[in-house]
Design a protein around this ligand. Sequence first.
Ligand code: ATP
Ligand code: MG
Length: 353
Amino acid sequence: MKKITLSVIPGDGVGKEIMPHALRVLDAVAEVHGGLTFEKVEYPWSCEYYLEHGEMMPEDGLVQLTESDAVFLGAVGNPQLVPDHVSLWGLLIAIRRGFQQSLNIRHAKQIRGIDPPIKHANQFDLLVVRENSEGEYSEVGGRIHQGDDEVVVQNAIFTKKATKRAIDYAFQLAATRGKRVTSATKSNGIVFSMPFWDNVFQEVGKQYPDIEQQSVHIDALTAFLVTKPAEFDVIVASNLFGDILTDVSAAIMGSIGIGPAANLNVEGTYPSMFEPVHGSAPDIVGKGMANPIGQIWTGKMMLDHFGEEELGKTLLDIVEDVTEAGIKTPDIGGRATTGEVADAIIERVKSLT
Ligand code: ATP
Ligand code: MG
């Protein structure tokens, strides 16, 4: 029996509403597999927890999570209770940094039964690999002088290790998929970091002669992601560029509520964290209409991560059967509740046995 231990953090808002349903789906999947179980420990860390304890998680929070194989997270943030910078830094970013989750991976794919905002003749199915530990989001710089003489310096730090890690991971992923890697660059405008990024891309690319490789400037690439997403397989990008591209890649699917994501500790020294693209969606909390697909698809990425790709593929196929059958939450044009969508998925999963 293969046991995967999960630290479950439902978090805030719709995260808390969706998580029980996503866990029901995962359990059904494990049951069908026969040789797999999820052992879960749930943590109430959230903005409500903050109000009671003055912190988003206990001081030894990371130590508690270290025991598990992965962290499965819902959403963090309730700006009415706790300012976003406090809740995000106190939990989400604390875990990403503490566990050296240096890559953020998002999958975007045209889903049967969901109309994308722009219809394309060809189906798209792509992954964005975002370097998530340094780059443009480095905290190096400062502000000098005041008033009209004010000068601000914001440095971007690119190390060979982190750049190589992201690019190499993108090639490894492409080797299992469409065999094409696109690197986001801007070496015509950013004269130090981006030519360096391009060099590393070329250097790493030499080890993957069977994989098609191209560099595209970020401005054009963002536009292409909207106009011809089917041309891409794996896209690799720096922290800032990846941030932008991953939001676009979620948007072209039709709802932010369906996008999955993984924060990977590539070395395996700490658990990786799996969380959907969407946030806590305060505007729809309590209505039972939050789309559970983002969290469920995130669970599929987790299955992939633990070597259960076949099962993951089956799960995503079933999700698409359900959307194609019109069992959908309002954000994607349906009238079903969170629970009804999950039930329909579970019913189909169980019928596999
Ligand atoms: P964060 O700062 O955590 O990213 P946000 O407010 O910027 O939060 P979301 O919480 O993701 O972003 O909400 C953005 C919009 O998408 C809202 O209108 C929300 O209702 C909608 N949305 C987000 N998640 C879902 C979901 N699972 N199902 C349906 N709609 C959703
Ligand atoms: Mg936001």
